[in-house]
Write a new protein. Structure first.
Lengths: 460, 460
């Protein structure tokens, strides 16, 4: 593969400059990156005459690690745009829970996850975390597509079409893990829905199992003010306090959202090695709040980025999500200017936005890999790592001129510029064409779901 | 043209539902929309046998008014991404002004504007306001491309490569207007750069000329806190107060940015019919602040959307700009949650984000048309109006399922889904191909500028 290459050296701090190599080539063997060489030395080191050498020239493109979407509900892509104007709790109670009760089935999850994977591959995501019902169906869709995933074994107390109760969620989940755990591209985590929807006993059990099995635990935490208020009223404590008491905090713990954080919580997150997954677009759309990413990074917390489900986003586009994370870190938002302009400290106005393009990109690649516990394998282009990478075309009108390729990717690139995607050395998107998924069949299936769901919504 | 169609009836309030017609066709004759009919009646009303009838079937697409980019510095596209990490005043003083002094020429403006127009057409913009030097070169590029534009006649006091002083800016600008004013697609406005860079005398003269000639006046106003602070220190008044004293406020007055506004200013804006142009991405990137769009709309102010120049954005993509405007209106940002969660008023958390998808789309089409004084001609699809419209493909993986086409356009669509663009009945983008511009020549020219500018930056 020949192109300018953006590497991420995982030992570096996230606030310094990336390794950006110009006119270099990535050498892949089977599922791994085996070399990174100047283009000028390709023909010496890998002569075309050797039958096992294949050279792909990607022209004026950037090679970079594939995006890691660290929080997603893939199958909910079938509900993209069903309702856009409610805040989180109303949206769940009035729209999502009733629709899930009516429609979630094996077929819904399998076909919805297929659609989501197609969309993610077409926008450069090579690995995603999923948190949804029927993890067997999601695993099947992941395996067939050849994408990498961490399948969250969803746990809730109430009866769903997947399981009778939390106990049943856990035993069915563990069976799914047994069935699929031999596959290289699929990892599993426990995914208790939230502190408010899962009992203390269940959370304790999951912490024990998570330690025993050495698998991650991902949860929605401090997503919106209502969650905190309800907990304060019912239990006289913030959900975070309960999570701390139950010993959830650890380097195996992934917290999604975290829009409501006070300073001592940020310290505890940092000290425990807990990861935070920032989902900016969903948090804005559902008026949940804004995750204090800059404070978290300053405290040394690993921050990853997730799209959340397409029902609250309304897409699974990590490029756009990273851009939103960078915009949302701007001091234009976090400093309070209005009406107070004459007492402004001018020093606050330098180096904007607060998150640099590179920090955003790092969070969307290595940050996710670290959160999911696979940063030894993916998240950066390094010799010995898995060949999970993408090619972004920088030759178009929209991309030119290119003074700084990293800036270009974060501030000016849209998903259609992702031309190629490789996972574990296999090309899954070849010049915008999916190689393992049947796009027209996926669209046909999705349209059938839309018809059913639209009819039901009209009948209410 | 046959497709679902999004119309905007300009007499409607911007906070109500759009006219969305399914399975309709738009009938165009020469430069105008002459009918909007159900697809089922096409063949009766316009039989194929008549030689002058041409039917274009756009499949599963949405037809909507083209975007009106109400604030842009087109030629600055050549500086896309030269520097991303400074706040407004440092960015201007340390990066932009020196580069402009060194490089701005007839060729720079002509070729940069061509590049910008290509990018805007490829993302669905059919009309833009421009504020830059060498308006003759911008006008030439606009005329050749066939896009619609309002060319701002830039006025500054200091000597530039365009003019010796403000007086010279005005006389040269008026000559450009004389040379091009007979063209249907080009309007002109006065574009004094800012209150701080143009004298009171000059502003008074421009108000007089603007009234006499019945042309608009666009200015950067209250862009960032520094602008207010400096004015308070030097003149003991906010720039807005001076604008009011000089009688700038009127329905012909366009104010770009306006991130720093207090309540009585919002009232005066509303009462005077002054338009506000919201440039969310540039304001975030330069840490300028956030325009209080919801307050402005509530007060009855017309709000338009602009990308600003690509040097501070870093693209000219109105779809992404509208999406940012909607995200940025979220109460997640404007309500202060942190640390105060237990005294939150829950009533604040409904109906999020505060700006609906439709309001965002309206601001990006009719809002811009109103600001530029051409809402009788463009901004909506109505019989008798100019045929300035675009087709957005909703058949792809990224667009499906479609429960609400307006939501889809704002929350899930990227610029590559814009397949066709018409301006005054002429197709300027035909299935992603520009019909009036030479894309490869534009890219070639831009790369030459990049080389020159990069060398210069390295030599510093």
């Amino acid at each position: 593969m020949t192109s300018p290459i953006y590497l991420t050296n995982e030992t570096r701090q996230s606030n310094i400059q990336p390794d950006l190599l110009i006119d270099h080539a990535l050498v892949i063997s089977k599922d791994k990156i085996v070399d990174v060489i100047p283009q000028s030395s390709i023909h010496n080191l890998y002569p075309k005459t050797e039958s096992n050498v294949e050279i792909t020239n990607l022209g004026q493109s950037l090679l970079m690690p594939g995006f890691v979407n660290a929080h997603c509900h893939a199958a909910m892509t079938l509900l993209r745009g069903v309702n856009d104007n409610l805040s989180l709790q109303d949206w769940l109670d009035q729209v999502i829970y009733p629709l899930e009760q009516k429609f979630v089935s094996d077929e819904f999850v399998y076909q919805g996850t297929q659609h989501a994977i197609a969309e993610m591959l077409r926008s450069g995501t090579t690995c995603f975390q999923d948190m949804y019902f029927m993890p067997d169906q999601a695993s099947k869709a992941v395996h067939e597509a050849g994408i990498r995933a961490n399948i969250g074994l969803m746990v809730v107390e109430n009866k769903t079409s997947w399981a009778d109760d939390a106990e049943d969620c856990i035993s069915k989940g563990l069976k799914v893990r047994d069935d699929f755990k031999q596959l290289d591209l699929i990892d599993f985590s426990f995914a208790p829905h939230a502190i408010y929807s899962v009992s203390e006993q269940t959370l304790e059990k999951l912490v024990m199992l998570s330690n025993e099995l050495a698998i991650n635990l991902q949860i929605h935490l401090h997503e919106c003010p209502t969650e905190i208020n309800d907990s304060l009223q019912k239990h006289k404590q913030r959900p975070f306090e309960l999570a701390t008491k139950l010993a959830l905090l650890s380097p195996q713990f992934n917290t999604a959202h975290m829009t409501q954080l006070i300073d001592n919580e940020i310290e505890e997150i940092a000290q425990s090695g807990t990861h935070v997954i920032h989902c900016p677009q969903s948090n804005l759309k559902l008026a949940s709040g804004v995750c204090p990413v800059v404070k978290l990074l300053d405290a040394g917390v690993n921050v990853a980025i997730g799209t959340d489900g397409a029902a609250s986003n309304n897409d699974l586009d990590m490029l756009s999500e990273i851009q939103s994370a960078v915009w949302l870190s701007s001091r234009a938002i976090h400093d309070k200017f209005e009406g107070e302009v004459n007492i402004l400290e001018e020093t606050h106005l330098n180096n904007q936005p607060s998150l640099t393009a590179y920090q955003g990109l790092y969070a969307g690649t290595m940050g996710g890999a670290k959160a999911l516990g696979i940063s030894d394998k993916v998240g950066s282009l390094e010799i010995g790592k898995q060949a999970d990478f993408i090619s972004i075309d920088l030759s178009s009108i929209e991309a030119q001129p290119v003074y700084d390729p990293i800036s270009q990717v974060v501030y000016s690139t849209s998903r259609d510029q992702v031309t190629h995607v490789w996972v574990a050395g296999k090309c899954l998107l070849d010049n915008r064409q999916l190689t393992t998924l049947n796009e027209s069949l996926i669209i046909k299936n999705t349209r059938q779901w839309q018809k059913k769901i639209s009819s039901y919504l009209k009948s209410l």
